[in-house]
Ligand binder design. Structure first.
Ligand code: C2E
Ligand code: CA
Ligand code: CA
Ligand code: CA
Length: 277
């Protein structure tokens, strides 16, 4: 549908909104960022709720623009998805995440799991399973140490396709989590069809604790237990939220209270070189 190039574009450009212009610019800049290595993967720690033990990390993509400073993934991930750049970017995040976590262990740190976020575009990409296999092989990370985070809306876009994808991922031993659980419109019935390992309760519920947030999280914990899934609460910012979650029997916690996303070096310095190592 891109025939008649020049005239069409000339007509169209003046009508572009400021937001559309910004995203066109960001797409161009993002391509450059990939080439010039302005991107980084940061890691946020996850702790076992009952013991306080560090058990894993979530990998979060960061972009520091040379002129504009940090650009939020909430802004550039959708652009990367639309332009297809996410495929290349996602493969790179997987590779970095597996390599960093494997390296920490080789340096004497604990055997952490690493959660990597996925977008819809990657799920439809035929080469994705190969990207995962390659990232694991190159890093030497055991498959069960890698977890892919999928959102409900992503899964509901194409349920049979999503199930086939999830089965292929589970077949190579990689774990699956549903991210932002409770915010999309999923059908609870699918919980028994989706071959998942974990639910991540959205931080909007954690922030409502105790009250209404508590009612919802109790329900999620009961549901998860029934299906044999573990539960991560994200966005824990206050001590009283942490205490509530521990009391309620939540499995894993993550949030600014316990540690913000950090560059790999900062993460290793803070969590992997303690006096008790
Ligand atoms: P998400 O997967 O829900 O990631 C959690 C977000 O919450 C992160 O934002 C994290 O920095 C932030 N966060 C963590 N703890 C707290 C807390 O205690 N309070 C509050 N208010 N926020 C907290 P971030 O890094 O800006 O990422 C935003 C979103 O961008 C992510 O949401 C995810 O959907 C997407 N994203 C990030 N990295 C990637 C990636 O490599 N691939 C894909 N496809 N998406 C990514
Ligand atoms: Ca996530
Ligand atoms: Ca989330
Ligand atoms: Ca989110």
């Amino acid at each position: 549908a891109k025939h008649g190039g020049r005239n069409r574009l000339a007509e169209f450009v003046p009508a572009m909104t400021a937001a559309a212009q910004r995203s066109a610019v960001l797409e161009r800049e993002l391509r450059r960022a990939i080439e010039h290595e302005q991107l980084a993967v940061h890691y946020q720690p996850q702790f076992e709720c009952s013991t306080g033990r560090l058990i894993g990390v979530e990998a979060l993509l960061r972009w520091r623009h040379p002129d504009h400073g940090p650009v939020s993934p909430a802004e550039f991930i959708p652009i990367a998805e639309e332009s297809g750049l996410i495929v290349q970017l996602g493969a790179w995040v997987l590779q970095r995440a597996c390599a960093d976590v494997a390296a920490w262990e080789q340096a004497g740190g604990p055997a952490l799991t690493v959660a990597v976020n996925m977008s819809a575009r990657q799920l439809r990409e035929p080469g994705f399973i190969d990207d995962v296999t390659r990232a694991l092989a190159q890093s030497g990370l055991a498959p069960h140490r890698l977890e892919l985070e999928l959102t409900e809306s992503l899964l509901m876009e194409d349920v049979p396709g999503a199930i086939a994808f999830m089965q292929a991922i589970r077949a190579i031993g990689v774990r699956l989590a549903i991210d932002d659980f409770g915010t999309g419109y999923s059908s609870l019935a699918y919980l028994q069809t989706f071959p998942i390992n974990q639910l991540k309760v959205d931080r909007s519920f954690v922030q409502l604790l105790p009250g209404r947030g508590g009612t919802i999280i109790h329900a999620v914990l009961a549901l998860a237990r029934g299906f044999g899934l573990s539960v991560v609460a994200e966005g824990v910012e206050e001590q009283r939220q942490l205490e509530w979650l521990r009391h309620a029997g939540c499995d894993v916690v993550q949030g600014f209270l316990l540690g913000a996303p950090m560059a790999p070096d900062a993460f290793a310095a803070r969590f992997l070189s303690g006096p008790d190592e």
